[in-house]
Design a protein around this ligand. Structure first.
Ligand code: SAM
Length: 321
């Protein structure tokens, strides 16, 4: 039985920086099309060109460090270039560009008139579902800022935190977090504000130095956390029992409130009364019985709204009517 050039190539390729199964999918797709523009300058793009130099016309990628490069005479070009527009189909070689590429092709009127092709998985990650942590540009910017401090929130809850924050920023006002612990969620809030070119004030309330550490990874030193957040200058780290320190918000308007604490009779109405219509609250612990969700429900009911619960994350969203 004769082997195809793609099969021979696959059997020899080093599995360094790529997965053989993803490359196999991409080669199968490329083998069925002509006049292809590859989306994303990646190692997969390089291997595809090695096997199919005549089928691939260009690599579409707008990162400044790669535009202008070429591999075996196949140029890296922007979406709006003549080469990109004259392709018959687009094949995505990078998982992180899957959704942003569709947007660019849509803006250039190339989608859905031309075929948009992608593998069922990239390096073991399914391409069936949108993954904001990998595919939303804001998280790419945040990732490039370095490692976050420890957080009790897993990635999916951090994604919702950044999502709700971005929506809430449509109204005027400050950003407030109660329950910052080691500053992990605070760091994501500040990174998102910085990435969005915001300069509104961000407040972070916790017992900090006065609290137990809750985990061996935490030190809960407020000066340390202040330094970690110093890349976003308009930050206030407020130390102490929030039932006393909440008065720091006396003359403020609040657009977004991240509440990672149990229901506090004094604190909740205090913040609520300073929110404009459209302001948003993200309740991290709404699904925890110890956070007294029934009291939050009662509060919401009396204020003409209700909490939108997001299982299985356990978070809840309240929008000021
Ligand atoms: C679940 S942790 C916050 C986790 C944090 N958002 C993260 O990303 O890891 C709850 C925090 O609430 C703080 N806390 C509890 N009671 C408080 C109070 N009365 N005043 C201020 N902070 C309080 C604790 O010190 C703790 O750090």
């Amino acid at each position: 039985m004769a082997f195809s050039p793609a099969e021979i190539y696959l059997s020899k390729v080093f599995e360094i920086g790529i997965s053989r199964s993803t490359l196999k999918h991409l080669l199968n797709i490329a083998g069925r099309h002509q006049n292809i523009a590859l989306i994303g300058w990646s190692d997969y793009a390089k291997h595809l060109i090695n096997v199919y130099p005549d089928r691939i016309k260009c690599i579409v990628d707008e990162k400044t460090e790669v535009t202008g490069l070429s591999f075996r005479d196949v140029p890296v070009v922007p979406f709006s270039s003549k080469e990109a527009r004259s392709a018959d189909c687009y094949l995505a070689t990078r998982f992180d560009m899957l959704t942003s590429a569709v947007l660019r092709l849509y803006q250039d009127r190339q989608f859905p008139t031309k075929r948009y092709l992608f593998a069922p998985e990239y390096d073991g990650r399914t391409s069936e579902f949108y993954d904001p942590m990998m595919q939303d540009a804001i998280f790419e910017t945040i990732r490039s800022a370095g490692s976050p401090p420890p957080t009790m929130m897993e990635d999916s809850r951090i994604v919702l935190l950044v999502e709700v924050l971005r929506t809430a920023l449509r109204v005027e006002g400050d950003v407030v977090e109660i329950g910052s612990w080691q500053g992990g969620s605070s760091w994501y809030i500040c990174q998102a504000l910085k990435a969005l070119n915001e300069d509104r004030r961000a407040y972070f309330f916790d017992l900090f130095d006065e609290s137990e550490r809750m985990s061996g990874r935490a030190v809960m030193a407020s000066d340390h956390i202040r330094r970690q957040l110093s890349f976003y200058p308009n930050t206030s780290v407020v130390v102490g029992d929030v039932r006393e320190t909440i008065t720091a918000l006396e003359d403020r308007r609040i657009a977004f409130f991240h509440y990672d604490n149990m229901f506090q009779h004094k604190v909740f109405p205090y913040v609520w009364s300073r929110m404009p219509s459209g302001g948003m609250i993200l309740l991290d612990n709404y699904g925890h019985f110890r956070s007294h969700p029934a009291m939050i429900d009662d509060f919401a009911e009396k204020n003409g709204t209700r909490v939108t619960f997001i299982p299985p994350l356990g978070q809840g969203i309240l929008i000021k009517p």
